[in-house]
Design a protein around this ligand. Sequence first.
Ligand code: 5GP
Length: 201
Amino acid sequence: MGAERKAGQRGLLVVISSPSGGGKTTVVKRILDSGDDRFVYSVSATTRPPRPGEKDGRDYFFLSDEEFRRRIQEGAFAEWAEVHGHLYGTLKDQIDRNLKAGKIILLDIDVKGGLSLKRAFPEDSLLIFLAPPSLEVLEKRLRQRGTDSEEEINRRLQRVKMELDAAKQYDTVIVNEDLDTTVREVLEAIERRLLERSTSG
Ligand code: 5GP
């Protein structure tokens, strides 16, 4: 813990995980678009090809498999995981810089990545899991998104059990039924955490 990590100046890692189609990307976007400049987004690296409309450096850093593995060797990642057959990782640079600047860093990462960050930053992380109202709703959302093949959709659904299990170790579970309510609950959980941390010294 360096001298810059005094109460009030410390940043916070806010991990938001959910099964694919659970709505986390929309929730994160809403918070970032709110105009509150305490929030920043941690742009991950991935070997998954870009979806239509996704931009390199904004949504992800899109890397080749070879480049991603080279970055692992260099120690560039705070955590990385294989998700749905592709590699994804949080760049140390994205979080170190923003933690020092006292920012609230939003991370849209999977449950394994979330639990790794909790181990690495026990006091400066908040793990939020957005649960779908039901598995049927989740499946419907995935199909409506229309960006994934049938095979990809089935692969994502199979992962849900492991995700719900890992969510037991998360700090907060929010059932994502209504977007406005979910955004409000996420913001409340963050404020509660900041307050707790500032009063616990
Ligand atoms: P998608 O391909 O739909 O953008 O993301 C697939 C999954 O990978 C999502 O659950 C997303 O949260 C997760 N993911 C994205 N970036 C990272 C990362 O840097 N680390 C980990 N562990 N998971 C990530």
